[in-house]
Ligand binder design. Structure first.
Ligand code: TMP
Ligand code: ASP
Length: 243
């Protein structure tokens, strides 16, 4: 079937979601827009949309092969991905292998400190509130997810972490942290949603220690688009060599 964009359902900071002629599927359109610090900083990253679509498609395909259920159906065009329509759970699950970003400020921890086992944090998905840090009891009290759903989200996040640490390692990158979002399908099954891109993770080059992710944009480090492109090229080579 040929899925075509109908009306825009929601425009986020980096993507637009469109309905299709089928109630089961929606289209994620990837923009070049980039924001940081809850949209206080705004800009664009050259070709980010197609790069993020490509990166997320290849990683979600890989996760599916490794028994992780994702909303990915297929890539439709350079900027468009067909995904299963889900009821999004308003909780961002962050996993940290090393200290970087908000945790360093919040808890006065030195950047780079190793977390073994990895730390899990939850943030409430609310632009108006600036995505505040929350605990498990908030999620249960406000019925954003059941305990069973929450456990599934955490075990899936840990599994995704183990799978992706290995892949990034192979291409000379250390996976420092990342954020995942989940939704429920019509049968109430928890499914990995949104995307996995350099916008929502930290990747440090294993040789140089340089950031190869959105921190280049957040901290005005320069060569932002080059870093995004480099990560996607390395991933593409990795998957092509194993196809
Ligand atoms: P943080 O250090 O800002 O808390 O972010 C941890 C990781 O999760 C980092 O790779 C960025 C990602 N993240 C997002 O992409 N969006 C978010 O809203 C949050 C809270 C984190
Ligand atoms: N994605 C969030 C924002 O746009 C946080 C960040 O990436 O720094 O503000």
């Amino acid at each position: 079937m040929n899925y075509i964009k109908q009306s825009a359902i929601r425009e986020g900071k980096s993507k637009i979601l469109y309905s299709t002629q089928s109630p089961e599927y929606i289209i994620q359109f990837f923009k070049d827009d980039a924001t940081a610090f809850n949209a206080l900083k705004k800009g664009t990253i050259k070709n980010k949309g197609p790069i993020n679509n490509q990166v997320s498609s290849s990683l979600f395909k890989y996760l599916e092969k490794n028994a992780i259920k994702t909303h990915f159906v297929k890539q439709l065009s350079s900027r468009e991905m067909l995904v299963t329509k889900l009821e999004i759970i308003p909780v961002e699950v962050v996993i940290r292998n090393r200290a970087a970003g908000s945790i360093c400020k919040r808890l006065a921890i030195e950047k780079g400190e190793l977390f073994q086992p990895e730390l899990i944090e939850f943030f409430y998905k609310s632009d108006a509130l600036g995505d505040p840090l929350i605990g498990e009891s908030h999620i249960l009290h406000f019925k954003w997810a059941t305990l069973e759903e929450l456990n599934k989200m955490v075990t899936t996040t840990r599994k995704v972490n183990r799978l992706l640490i290995d892949i990034f390692n192979e291409i000379g990158l250390e996976l420092i942290d990342f954020k995942l979002e989940f939704g429920r399908d019509t049968n109430g099954v928890i499914i990995l949603a949104d995307e996995f891109t350099a916008d929502g993770c930290r990747l440090w080059d294993r040789k140089t220690g340089e950031s190869m992710d959105k921190d280049r944009f957040r901290q005005d480090l320069g060569h932002v688009d080059e870093a995004y492109l480099e990560v996607s090229k390395r991933l593409q080579n990795y998957f092509e060599a194993r196809a």
